[in-house]
Design a protein around this ligand. Sequence first.
Ligand SMILES: Nc1nc2c(ncn2[C@@H]2O[C@H](COP(=O)(O)OP(=O)(O)O)[C@@H](O)[C@H]2O)c(=O)[nH]1
Ligand SMILES: Nc1ncnc2c1ncn2[C@@H]1O[C@H](COP(=O)(O)OP(=O)(O)O)[C@@H](O)[C@H]1O
Length: 233
Amino acid sequence: MVERKEETAMKKEYLDKIAEYGQLIVVSGPSGVGNKTVLREYLQDHEQACVSVSVTTRRQRKHEIDGKDYWFVSVPEFERMVRMGEMLEYTYVNGNAYGTTKKSVEEARARGKNVILDVDTIGAMKIRALCPDATLVYILPPSWDELKSRLSSTGIYNKEEVNALMEIAEEEISCANSYDYILVNDTISNTLSRFAQIIHSNRYSRNCMKEFLDSYIDGEVKPHVQSYKEALL
Ligand SMILES: Nc1nc2c(ncn2[C@@H]2O[C@H](COP(=O)(O)OP(=O)(O)O)[C@@H](O)[C@H]2O)c(=O)[nH]1
Ligand SMILES: Nc1ncnc2c1ncn2[C@@H]1O[C@H](COP(=O)(O)OP(=O)(O)O)[C@@H](O)[C@H]1O
């Protein structure tokens, strides 16, 4: 099959763009499983990655830093951001609103950063529908007893809250079926190395290469990483 020179150049340009463009990785898991710990450690050794800082109406905890752990905003400010179309997705967890801004995701991806979102299962499903090249990772505890003990060890929750979170975890865990990868957070070092492998091998997965593959199947080469990404900006 003879391919036009112009078409070959465009495919090369497109491949270069894919290589430059950061991945979108969505991480969920029951409260207390260790998401924040794993991601904090992962960032220390992976400069090319960042965790998107969500906006929330939840009360700031003692050790938390505004702009680092979350952007803490009032309910009217959160509602304004939703009205202005600034949120990629948002949801309510335990009566508090949490949202990911379009800006925090797309600007970082365009700079070549692998952007990691730590969101609940509803947020993850919204991202899946909006961003077909997102990769979804669900983190499981090694056992229910261990989850309970980690929740208690945080010192954030009282006994009743721990029990309520355990019930939510049991209900939520079936959602893990809709994720691309399942990680069991047994030891931090095991989880970190498996997580790094996922991100490394995922770069050229079918999900990430879908638009490029379509250019062969449809015979139409798209010159830029475009479509929904541009629509989001
Ligand atoms: N959909 C969505 N969920 C979020 C976002 N930010 C945090 N969450 C989720 O909100 C839940 C509660 O988070 P947090 O208040 O930090 O409590 P903790 O995880 O129990 O310490 C967790 O499941 C987070 O993954 C967001 O921007 N969007
Ligand atoms: N692999 C692990 N082994 C033992 N303890 C862990 C592990 N991962 C996290 N933890 C502990 O579990 C507790 C909850 O972790 P955290 O990262 O705050 O959970 P999440 O963000 O999922 O709510 C913390 O006390 C943390 O130090």
